[in-house]
Design a protein around this ligand. Structure first.
Ligand code: NAD
Ligand code: ZN
Length: 345
């Protein structure tokens, strides 16, 4: 087991710890476990050991009505300011649990058992919690870190294969923005990683979390450096909202388009650009999409990362080196049109 402490958030990520040891990390408080229906189906006997609240599955549950349901159940279960919330699930359950914990009675302490690859390497690290507002993702939320996050690689064995690949999308993102060696590690170990080899997965999650932690430590409130974690997400979110793709799949398409744009705007080497796209394909992630440019552009205008007349867009100078460029919205809209017209080779 390896642990990483995020100093300025007083939050500890435990990689390779068994979820069965969770009680070691819980304070002597009344604890409510929150999970979704899938987690309950797979881990019923563990969940039943706690007072628990079960929510539905899918992005559609990241809403005010889920927050209301959880608050109602907490009140019915006798929760007070001294209670503790334990979110057990993927990014969705963690985002909703962290949000409820932040606002219920002005804030409860909370921790996560992170069960999807995407949440282990990304969603549960860094203290962002929130819910969607209509079609707008993560529009209502807070920065508030969990006390601990357990990332047990054994939990990934029940994760659907498509969700595993989706999680690799975020890992590839971490490598692309910060760590060329991690990119090579992914290239060299692709088959073993897709088969969830425990030792390699632990190593991979540790490296990915270290990258995110490093960025979050430098910039906890996303004023600068942390924006790089949004690589592939600006267009990715637009695609996610207008297609049947998962978050990681949509980010893969978003990264492909941002990589192509980097050739033109940052002089990214064409060979490196091809390597990026080849790696995404190796992890069986999509690099193309059918969403019309107009739909993407409409979404970009509403996107919360919009900064007056320009959008802070993340591009690559090279593999492992991201940069932030403020692109005027009108220019970006034209570029989206061009990118959508040219199919990825
Ligand atoms: N807070 C952040 O910093 C941050 C960062 C990235 C993504 N996110 C958010 O995370 C969400 C996506 O997270 P996700 O991909 O984990 O989605 P998810 O939580 O919906 O999980 C994906 C699916 O896998 C199932 N599942 C999860 N773990 C399982 C397991 N061990 N065994 C069997 N089934 C399991 C879930 O029930 C769900 O159906 C999005 O809402 C995104 O906005 C947040
Ligand atoms: Zn993401």
């Amino acid at each position: 087991m390896k642990s990483i402490h995020i100093d300025n958030q007083n939050s500890t990520i435990l990689i390779g710890e068994s979820y069965l040891n969770t009680r070691k990390y819980l304070p002597e408080k009344k604890c409510f476990l929150i999970c979704d229906e899938n987690i309950y189906a797979h881990y019923k006997s563990f969940v039943d050991e706690f007072e628990h609240i079960i929510i539905g599955c899918g992005e559609g549950i990241k809403t005010w009505s889920s927050v209301e349901k959880i608050v109602e159940e907490l009140l019915a279960g006798g929760a007070d300011r001294n209670s503790y919330l334990l979110g057990m699930g993927g990014g969705l359950v963690c985002d909703v649990t962290g949000f409820v914990a932040s606002v219920f009675m002005r804030g409860l302490q909370f921790g996560f058992i992170s069960t999807s690859l995407l949440s282990q390497v990304d969603a549960s690290v860094g203290g962002k919690n929130g819910i969607n507002f209509g079609k707008l993702k993560n529009m209502v939320g807070v920065f508030n870190p969990p006390q601990f996050v357990i990332c047990d690689t054994q939990l990934l064995k029940t994760l659907p294969e498509r969700e595993v690949r989706s999680g690799f999308g975020e890992v590839i993102k971490h490598a692309l923005i910060k760590d060329k060696d991690l990119f090579k590690f992914l290239k060299d170990n692709q088959n073993a990683l897709l088969n969830l080899d425990s030792e390699l997965m632990e190593d991979l999650i540790y490296r990915a979390v270290s990258i995110k932690t490093d960025v979050v430590n430098k910039d906890p409130f996303e004023k600068g450096e942390r924006k790089k974690l949004n690589f592939g997400h600006t267009i990715g979110h637009a695609i996610e909202n207008n297609s049947g793709l998962t978050h990681g799949e949509a980010v893969s398409v978003g990264m492909t388009l941002a990589t192509k744009l980097s050739e033109e705007m940052c002089g990214l080497d064409i060979e490196e650009s091809s390597e990026v796209i080849a790696l995404l394909r190796k992890f069986r992630l999509p690099v193309d999409h059918e969403v019309p440019a107009e739909t993407i552009n409409e979404f970009l205008i509403k996107d919360k990362k919009k900064n007056r007349s320009s959008i802070d867009f993340i591009l690559l100078n090279g593999i492992g080196e991201a940069c932030i460029k403020a692109i005027p919205i009108e220019d970006l809209k034209n570029k989206v049109h061009q990118l959508c017209e040219s199919k990825v080779k």
